[in-house]
Design a protein around this ligand. Structure first.
Ligand code: 3PG
Length: 249
């Protein structure tokens, strides 16, 4: 288990936080390991399935390179359960003082969701200045983030919700955005194939490398290999897009 003291430490680990829904506990460790092997270390496992806590526990125990947190934290009880399972951080769709207080009491760094100026102010009053902008696309996307930069120059955002491999770069280009969240890296159908998605070993086609480099341009110190999963999504799903063998056995 890798611990963090503050969610801002997550920013230094890479520009993407995959939002992961684990349906089968057996998928948790292979999927997390594939992401870590590809350079994506910060993982949000959502508390939306019966196996979520067990999945967090398994990843925290078996994937030392992962910084695994719990997503969809909606109550103080969720926060405590997430901490007990070994979560390094918590992500919530919104901010409440109850969740904020529970996370503080548990020493669990919280990345809470906000969508309006009032919600930013409430989270800041709770001492939190790194905020998830959620649901990013539906709540105004890039124009809204630009508008929030004026009154809140001290706030850093992690936009999440509706972001894709195509649009992530546009969000990441904003000065007040340091990382993007989203489920596009770990779509549900890909999880069945997680054993075949060990990106580091399998992205070998030169043309695929070129595409990965384009996708990651300007994202230093992000590891180019980390975009392997995104590439699969970016290219529309087929395992041999454009006639390339992107993931080789
Ligand atoms: C979520 O909590 O589901 C996230 O916001 C992910 O949204 P996305 O599926 O649009 O990336």
């Amino acid at each position: 288990m890798t611990a963090v003291k503050n969610t801002l430490e997550l920013v230094a680990l890479g520009p993407v936080i995959p939002v992961i829904v684990i349906q089968r506990l057996a998928d948790a460790v292979p999927l997390a390991q594939a992401l870590v092997d590809g350079g994506v270390r910060v993982l949000e496992v959502t508390m939306r399935t019966p196996v979520a806590l067990a999945a967090i526990e398994a990843i925290a125990r078996a994937v030392p390179g992962a910084v695994v947190g719990a997503g969809t934290i909606r109550s103080a009880a969720d926060a405590r359960a997430a901490k007990d399972a070994g979560s390094a951080f918590a992500v919530s769709p919104g901010y409440t003082e109850a969740v904020g207080a529970a996370c503080r009491a548990a020493s669990l760094p919280l990345l809470p969701g906000v969508a309006t100026a009032s919600e930013v102010m409430a989270a800041q009053a709770g001492g939190i200045h790194f905020l998830k902008f959620f649901p990013a696309t539906a709540a105004g996307g890039i124009p809204m983030l630009k508008a929030l930069a004026g009154p809140f120059p001290d706030v850093v955002f992690c936009p999440t919700g509706g972001i894709t491999a195509d649009t992530a770069a546009q969000f990441l280009a904003l000065p007040n955005v340091k990382v993007c969240g989203g489920s596009w890296l770990t779509p549900q159908d890909a999880q069945r194939l997680s054993a075949h998605v060990t990106v580091q070993n399998k992205v070998t086609a030169q043309a695929a490398r070129s595409l990965l480099e384009q996708l990651t341009e300007g994202f230093e110190p992000y590891d180019v290999r980390a975009r392997g999963l995104a590439l699969w999504r970016y290219l529309g799903g087929p395992w041999e897009p454009l006639g390339l063998s992107v993931f080789q056995d």
